[in-house]
Design a protein around this ligand. Structure first.
Ligand code: ARG
Length: 457
C-alpha cells in the first residue's frame, strides 16, 4: 500500500512489530461501516463517480460477508485491518477499490473505527450494568427489613439493613453508568475527514459521514482529531472506577462467605471446590473480580503513559491504544456478569447477620442519643455513660438490651425503663429515618425511586 518509494521489503521483525492485524481485526465491522459512510459521501460530493462508489459499496459488503463467515485472516504483510480490507476489496472488485482511500488517511480512519468500537463497548457495559442494578434492587427489596451489623473500621458500628447495604452498591453502579454516559457524549464526534493531520483539499462533507455513523457531528480540529485518544482513556477510567466498585462488592462476598462471618452462602454455580480439602466452597469468581480490577486499572495507566509524551499529531505508539481497551472490555464484561450472577443467586444468612448485629453492642449510639433526648445530657457525657454501660454488659456477657435496669441506673440515675424501647436492633434501624438513612421505610423509598429510574430509561 505504500511500497512506491521503497526498493526492499521490511524485515520480518519490522513486520511483526508493525502489524496490528492480530488485534485490530476485532474492529472489522467498524472499519467496513466507516468505509461505506466515506464512499457514500465521496459519491454524493462528486469526488468519486457513482458507479465506482456503487462497486465499492457492493465489494465492501462482500468482504464483510466473508469476514463474518470465515473470520479475518492475520496477514502480517498487510499490517492492519484497514489495509487488509482494502486488499480484499481490490481482490473482489479490481481497480475501483483504489478510489476508496481518496480524501482519507488511515489516521482519521483508525480514529473513527476505534471511536465506533469504544462506543459499542460503552453501550454493552451500560446494558450489563443495568442488569446488575436490577439484581441489586430485587435482592434489596427482599431484605429491606433484614438487620445486619453496619461496620466502620470493620468493627460493628450501628445496625443497618441488608437492603440498605445492597442499595449502597446500587448507587455506586448507577454512578458508573452515568460516568460511561458522560464519556459516550464526549466521544460521539466523528474524526473522519481530518485525513492524515491537516484536513483535505477535496470538497468532502464531514457532516454527512458523521451523521451516517451515528455521531453528533464532526470533530473540530484536524490535528486533535487524529491524535486524540481521550475517549479511550475515559472509557478506561470509567471502567476502572466501575471495576473498583465491583471489587469492593466482590471483597464483601469473599469476607461474608468465610466461616467466621457466615453472612452469605454462594450458590453452587458461583463456588468452586478444592482438590485436597473436600469441605471447601471457594468464592473464586469473587476473588477474580477483585483481581481483575487491578488489571483494569493497570490497563488504564498503561494507555495514559503511552499517550503522555506524544507530540501532535499521529505517532505509531498510538497503535498500542487498542489492546488495553479490548482487554478491559473483556475483563469488565466478565466481572459485571459474575457479580450479577452472584448477587442474584446468593443466599443471605440474615439470622446470622442479626445475631452478630445484636452481639456487637451496635445500639450503643441509640443509648447515647436517648440520654441526650430524654434525660437532657450533653452528647459527650452521654457517650461516656454509654461507654460504661457497654463495659458492664461486656463484663456480664449480655447484650445491651439485656442489661437489668438496676445495672443501668447504677451507672446513671437518669436512666429509666423506657430506654429499652431504643436498645433493640430493630428499634435502632427503624429510628434512622433521615433521608438516605437505613430505616426500612426509607430503604423501600430508595428502592421505589431506583425502580422508577430504571423504568424511565
Ligand atoms: N494500524 C494503525 C493504528 O492502529 C493505523 C494507522 C496507521 N497510520 C499510519 N500513519 N501508519 O494506529
Amino acid at each position: 500500500m505504500w511500497g512506491g518509494r521503497f526498493a526492499e521489503g521490511p524485515s520480518a521483525v519490522m513486520r511483526a512489530i508493525n502489524a496490528s492485524i492480530p488485534f485490530d481485526k476485532q474492529m472489522w465491522r467498524q472499519d467496513i461501516a466507516g468505509s461505506k459512510a466515506h464512499v457514500a459521501m465521496l459519491a454524493e460530493t462528486g469526488i468519486v463517480a457513482r458507479e465506482d462508489a456503487d462497486a465499492i459499496t457492493a465489494g465492501l459488503e462482500k468482504v464483510a460477508d466473508d469476514y463474518a463467515a470465515n473470520g479475518v485472516s492475520e496477514d502480517l504483510a498487510l499490517e492492519d485491518i484497514h489495509m487488509l480490507t482494502e486488499a480484499r476489496l481490490a481482490e473482489a472488485i479490481g481497480t475501483p477499490a483504489g478510489r476508496l482511500h481518496t480524501a482519507r488517511s488511515r489516521n482519521d480512519q483508525v480514529a473513527t473505527d476505534f471511536r465506533l468500537w469504544v462506543r459499542d463497548a460503552i453501550d454493552e457495559a451500560n446494558v450489563a450494568l443495568g442488569a446488575l442494578l436490577d439484581a441489586l434492587i430485587a435482592r434489596a427489596e427482599e431484605h429491606a427489613d433484614a438487620v445486619m451489623p453496619g461496620f466502620t473500621h470493620l468493627q460493628s458500628a450501628q445496625p443497618v439493613t441488608l437492603g440498605h447495604h445492597l442499595m449502597a452498591y446500587h448507587d455506586m453502579v448507577a454512578r458508573d453508568r452515568s460516568r460511561f454516559a458522560d464519556a459516550r457524549a464526549r466521544l460521539n464526534r466523528c474524526p473522519l475527514g481530518a485525513a492524515a493531520l491537516a484536513g483535505t483539499g477535496f470538497p468532502i462533507d464531514r457532516e454527512m459521514t458523521a451523521a451516517a455513523l451515528g455521531f453528533d457531528g464532526p470533530t473540530t480540529n484536524s490535528l486533535d482529531s487524529v491524535s486524540d485518544r481521550d475517549f479511550a482513556i475515559e472509557y478506561l477510567t470509567s471502567a476502572s472506577q466501575c471495576a473498583l466498585h465491583l471489587s469492593r462488592l466482590a471483597e464483601e462476598f469473599v469476607l461474608w462467605a468465610s466461616q467466621p462471618f457466615g453472612f452469605v452462602s454462594l450458590s453452587d454455580q458461583w463456588s468452586t471446590g478444592s482438590s485436597i480439602m473436600p469441605q471447601k466452597r471457594n468464592p473464586d469468581a469473587a476473588e477474580l473480580v477483585r483481581g481483575h480490577s487491578g488489571r483494569i486499572v493497570g490497563l488504564m495507566t498503561g494507555l495514559m503513559i503511552t499517550m503522555k509524551g506524544l507530540p501532535l499529531a499521529y505517532s505509531k505508539d498510538m497503535q498500542d491504544d487498542k489492546p488495553p481497551v479490548f482487554e478491559c472490555h473483556g475483563l469488565l464484561a466478565l466481572s459485571i456478569a459474575a457479580m450479577t450472577g452472584m448477587v442474584e443467586s446468593a443466599t443471605f444468612r440474615t439470622d446470622r447477620m442479626r445475631g452478630v448485629a445484636e452481639a456487637g453492642f451496635a445500639t450503643a449510639t441509640d443509648l447515647a442519643d436517648w440520654l441526650v433526648r430524654e434525660a437532657g445530657l450533653p452528647f459527650r457525657e452521654a457517650h461516656h455513660v454509654t461507654g460504661r454501660a457497654v463495659a458492664r454488659a461486656e463484663a456480664l456477657h449480655v447484650k445491651l438490651d439485656a442489661l437489668p435496669i438496676e445495672e443501668l441506673t447504677a451507672i446513671d440515675a437518669r436512666i429509666d425503663a423506657r430506654v429499652y424501647g431504643v436498645l433493640t436492633v430493630d428499634a435502632s434501624v427503624a429510628s434512622r429515618r433521615s433521608f438516605g438513612g437505613t430505616a426500612p421505610d426509607r430503604v423501600r423509598g430508595a428502592i421505589a425511586a431506583a425502580r422508577a429510574a430504571r423504568e424511565a430509561e
